[in-house]
Design a binder for this molecule. Sequence first.
Ligand SMILES: Nc1ncnc2c1ncn2[C@@H]1O[C@H](COP(=O)(O)OP(=O)(O)OP(=O)(O)O)[C@@H](O)[C@H]1O
Ligand SMILES: [Mg+2]
Length: 336
Amino acid sequence: MLVLGIETSCDETGAAVVEDGRKIRSNVLLSQVEQHAKFGGVVPELAARSHLEGILHVTGAALREAGVSLKEIGLVAATCGPGLIGGLLVGLSFAKALALGSSKPFCGVNHLEAHIYANFLAHPDLAPPLLCLTVSGGHTDLVYMEDHGKYRILGRTRDDAAGEAFDKVARVLGLGYPGGPYLEKAARQGKPGSPLIRTDSLAGTYDFSFSGLKTAVINRVHRYRQKNQELPVADLAATFQQQVVTILLERTFRAVDELGIKTVLLSGGVAANGELRKGFAREAAAREVRFFCPPLELCTDNAAMVAAAGYFHFQKSGPSPLDLPAFPRLSWKLQE
Ligand SMILES: Nc1ncnc2c1ncn2[C@@H]1O[C@H](COP(=O)(O)OP(=O)(O)OP(=O)(O)O)[C@@H](O)[C@H]1O
Ligand SMILES: [Mg+2]
């Protein structure tokens, strides 16, 4: 079955055609990054308007690149949450109208599930049960996926998401936007120093907290400035990154050990981080556990992962109603 996927939850307008939830036939993305860069973050109203301007062109391009007509599409799937409400409404309304007008079934997709399904596109033999750490701009969720559509959240962030912390620290260090990739690049030139925070207040749980780490960086930056000293940007970036990676590894692989997990995944934008990927590969190999992560281009938001998640959801639960609303906040319950 060919699925047309639509993604508009943040600042990327995406459309993709995916075959049987596994094979990408096209994956078109119109990024708004430059538009938001001057504000240092996504401006929701601007994002929604840009989705509206771009969605038709992007969808046309996705069909053309896949070499298929709308007639051959078997399902239209769109992100229904979580995300920015204006953008979600654009993609969701567009997908519903397209499905209704062409007599196709429609399916609403949880964006967080879609991040997990990015792995299914890249690794054809991947199947649940598995453990996935989703680390993105808005989430840090450690999730046990028992089966398609069946999730149990083991832990999540109590404050900032990992990606959000990368972005904020990058801004404080005067690096580019969005900060994650720039911070990783700066860290490559630096050496990690003494830990920013010595005690783990959530030790023994599977939850995360990153706001203390972020504040510790801000305090160090202030101290350098007060003393009129040059900021060791690369070393601070390396120290911050190392501590984030350490905590993500500790939680995930403690869960692997305690629950006897055999397959572990990374997903979400921060899964593009080289140190995190290396750390996961190392810890998984040490335990003879299978480890998968998406290729870099499928880590951050894209519509192929939405099409894949839509396919598996449709196989299990059928279509969504056409009055399905957009959910700015949505956890893992939609498809349980
Ligand atoms: N190499 C990297 N190292 C660290 N962080 C990165 C890297 N590449 C991207 N990121 C971070 O990933 C985040 C974007 O990921 P993604 O597109 O999955 O998030 P989102 O869609 O905004 O949030 P959500 O999926 O939670 O709604 C940003 O915070 C970005 O800085
Ligand atoms: Mg995302």
